[in-house]
Each structure stands twice: as structure tokens, then as C-alpha cells.
Write a protein that binds this ligand. Structure first.
Ligand SMILES: Cc1ncc(COP(=O)(O)O)c(C=O)c1O
Length: 419
């Protein structure tokens, strides 16, 4: 199998597998007082420090979660409840005052964010302000600035991606952090797609943007399985000055923000992956973008009407190094995916299925693309284990898959025309 879906999940690094299997044998609850517990705690805290170091944060600011989705939920719901309640709303009151009800969120976010915000709107009286994105998928900062200028006092939080997981566009995080710092509003960044691909410096951004306590960049989500660590563990980087309402109550672990016995083995393995990934970030990014550029050129040569989505540069800081994302006119992305899979090549459409029914990508739609373009999307993502041979295999499987998918697309259009 040629695996080119590293944005969905990337193979575990050998170092992370070794660390996990060794740590599984460790006995002791890290909250226990005895020496076995303290030994487990030492491993856990060393892991926290190692992960923090790769993010420009301190160990104390790392809150382990079950995955990236939980980190995003904790940041958004936790900040919303904290800020909304702190604004004078009595929990359970029928009518909430207008203060701090607004959540500013760009269009084209991951469903972990969209569905969390929609839940707060449906159940908690939040109001969402959807910030438009431009034709490459980048948030319109002028609209963010307008919204903050208009009424910063009613904003509970701002949330945005570091990089778009579908089209790979890198977002203007530092500028947004500066605006929110100035406006006194907390910013959460979903860095799950960006972590391990581009440098992230949490404190560096707080310093550069003169962030006051509790405002500017205060929370950042990451996930281990996207960087060669195990599935089942993520983390929220939570600035010391930021308070969130916990979603899980219990033994008071992790600054009382996320109770529950911590998974030492997963944390140790996550840390091993973080360390290796950080140590070769620049080299891997250069290697991955060279492979990606060859793949993009190969697609342009075989299917000239394929359209590359997202920011095409120039410059390394505009797009994730491993991301290639195309729309194939006249084809369904899902047909291409199945045909390529049958040829032994794993890729993605990049967008979610709802109950097994393929949906047009909401990211492409928000970028102003047609529904046909959004349905014909294919995301090919390169990772740490990708090779030239993988790119060659994709490029040699593509023409036949494309011809069949285009034929199926034509037939489907003819049938719907007949009806
Ligand atoms: C940008 C982004 N946010 C959130 C998630 C969810 O992370 P997890 O799979 O760890 O729950 C993903 C995973 O695809 C992602 O790419």
C-alpha cells in the first residue's frame, strides 16, 4: 500500500513505538505517593516538559487530553463558559445578558471546532460570527479587526486554525494574536494540522504580541497521532494566565482542568515523537515539499485541468509542506479515492462524510468555489515516511483512475439530465 494520507494520521515513528512499549510496563499511578507512583509521575512530567519544549511552552501549560478533538472542545467550551459566566451570567439562568456571547470563528474550520461552536449556539445561547476566508482559504483579518473594533466586550473568544487541514493554507496566527491581545480577548488556535510541519512558538507569539494576562493567544490544540505518536492522546497548551471551565471533573489532576488518571505510556510515546519530529523539522519540511512539488507538477502534466487549491506561494510559509489538494473537474472525489485505493494508493477527499454520504467540502465552498469543484476534491498528503517511489506510484495510478472517474461523472450527469 502506498500511503499518501498523512494528514488523516501518520505512521508511528519507531522511537515512539519503542517508547510506548517500554512505558507500558511501568507500574504506578502518577498521582500515588509511593515510589512506584513517583517513578510514573517523573516519566509523565518529563514527557510534558519535552512536548512543551517543541511548542515554545512550559510543562505546566500542557494539559493532556484524549485526542485533538477533546483539546479543541476543552478550549472552546472551557473558555466560553469561563468568560460567559465571568461576565455575570448565572449558570442555569433562563436569559443570559448580551455580554460576551459572541464567538468569532472563520469559515472552513475543522468539524471539531464547528460542531463545538454550533453546540454552544444550540444549547448555551452563544452567538457565532463566521469570519469569511479568501479564495486560498485564509481568514479575512480585516473582518476580524472590524468585529473586534465594533464590540470587543461582547466577544467570549476567537478560535482559528494554524493551518487548514484540507487545503494546507497557513493562517496569519501572529496577526490575529496581536489583534486579540490588543482587544483583550482570548484566542484559541487549532494547530493540529500544523504541529510537526511548521515551527510553533507559543510564548514567542505571546511576547511578540504583548499579550496581556488572559488575552491574545492563550490556548493551542495539538494531537499526537498527527506527528508519529500514538492515537488516543492530544494536548491543550493553556497559558498560565488563562482560565477554562473544566469539562471533566474528578480527582483534580492537571491543574483541575482535566481530571482522570493520566496515560503515562501514551505521554512518553507522544514526547518521543515530538522530540524526533522537532529535531528534524526543517529537513523534513524541505524533503516533503520537494516531494509534494514533484507530485503537483506530475498531476499538472497528466491532468492539465486539475486545479490546485490553497495558497500556491511563492514561499515556504504559506502552505503546509506535505499538502497537495486538487479539484478534478467532472469527477467525484470519492470515485477517485476508491479507484486509487483499488490501485493500492491511499489518499483522501479531505472532507467528511455525513452518515456515509459524501459531502461537498465546506472549506472549498467557503473559498468561493463551485459545488462541482468542492465535490471533485482530492487531498494527497506527504509525511515523514513518504518516498519518491510513493509519488511515482500515485502519478502512475492517476491517469487510469481519472479516466474512469471522469467517465462515471459524465454518466451520472447524463442520468440526472435524463430525469
Ligand atoms: C485541524 C484539525 N483539527 C482537529 C482534528 C481532530 O484531531 P483528533 O483526530 O486528534 O481528534 C484534526 C484531525 O484531523 C485536524 O486536522
Amino acid at each position: 500500500m502506498v500511503y499518501l494520507d498523512h494528514a488523516a494520521t501518520t505512521p508511528m515513528l519507531p522511537e515512539a513505538i519503542d517508547a510506548l512499549t517500554a512505558a507500558l510496563a511501568v507500574v504506578g499511578n502518577p498521582s500515588s505517593i509511593h515510589s512506584a507512583g513517583q517513578q510514573a509521575k517523573r516519566l509523565l512530567e518529563e514527557s510534558r516538559e519535552q512536548i512543551a519544549a517543541t511548542l515554545g511552552a512550559d510543562g505546566i501549560e500542557i494539559v493532556f487530553t484524549g485526542n485533538g478533538t477533546e483539546a479543541v472542545n476543552l478550549a472552546i467550551k472551557g473558555l466560553w463558559w469561563q468568560r460567559h459566566t465571568a461576565a455575570g451570567v448565572v449558570a442555569g439562568a433562563a436569559e443570559a445578558p448580551v455580554a460576551r456571547r459572541r464567538i468569532l470563528m472563520p469559515a472552513g474550520e475543522h468539524h471539531a471546532t464547528i460542531d463545538t461552536v454550533e453546540w454552544l449556539v444550540a444549547h448555551e445561547g452563544a452567538e457565532v460570527v463566521e469570519l469569511p476566508i479568501d479564495e486560498v482559504g485564509r481568514v479575512r483579518l480585516d473582518v476580524l479587526a472590524d468585529e473586534l473594533d465594533r464590540d470587543a466586550a461582547s466577544v467570549a473568544l476567537v478560535t482559528m486554525l494554524w493551518a487548514n487541514n484540507e487545503v494546507g493554507t497557513i493562517e496569519p496566527v501572529e496577526e490575529a494574536a496581536r489583534m486579540t491581545a490588543r482587544a483583550g480577548v482570548p484566542l484559541h488556535v487549532d494547530a493540529i494540522a500544523a504541529y510537526g510541519q511548521v515551527p510553533i512558538d507559543f510564548h514567542g507569539i505571546r511576547r511578540a504580541t504583548d499579550a496581556p494576562r488572559g488575552a491574545g493567544l492563550v490556548a493551542l490544540s495539538v494531537s499526537a497521532h498527527k506527528i508519529g505518536g500514538p492515537a488516543g492522546i492530544g494536548a491543550l497548551v493553556l497559558d498560565r494566565s488563562a482560565a477554562v471551565e473544566p469539562l471533566i471533573h474528578g480527582g483534580g489532576q492537571q491543574r483541575k482542568v482535566r481530571s482522570g488518571t493520566q496515560d503515562v505510556a501514551a505521554a512518553v510515546s507522544f514526547a518521543a515523537a515530538a522530540k524526533v519530529t522537532a529535531s528534524r523539522l526543517g529537513d523534513d519540511a524541505a524533503r516533503m515539499s520537494a516531494l509534494r512539488d514533484r507530485l503537483v507538477a506530475g498531476v499538472a502534466a497528466t491532468v492539465p485541468d486539475a486545479r490546485l487549491s490553497g495558497d500556491v506561494g511563492p514561499g515556504a510559509s504559506v502552505r503546509l509542506p506535505g499538502n497537495a489538494h486538487f479539484s478534478f473537474p467532472g469527477c467525484e472525489g470519492d470515485s477517485l479515492l476508491f479507484l486509487l485505493d483499488a490501485a493500492g494508493v491511499a489518499v483522501s477527499t479531505g472532507s467528511a462524510c455525513q452518515a456515509g454520504v459524501p459531502e461537498p467540502s465546506h472549506v472549498l465552498m467557503a473559498m468561493g468555489r463551485s459545488e462541482a469543484d468542492a465535490r471533485g476534491a482530492l487531498r494527497i498528503t506527504i509525511g515523514h515516511s513518504s518516498t519518491d517511489a510513493d509519488v511515482d506510484a500515485f502519478l502512475s495510478a492517476l491517469p487510469a483512475a481519472h479516466a474512469l472517474a471522469a467517465k462515471a461523472g459524465l454518466a451520472a450527469r447524463a442520468t440526472s439530465f435524463d430525469r
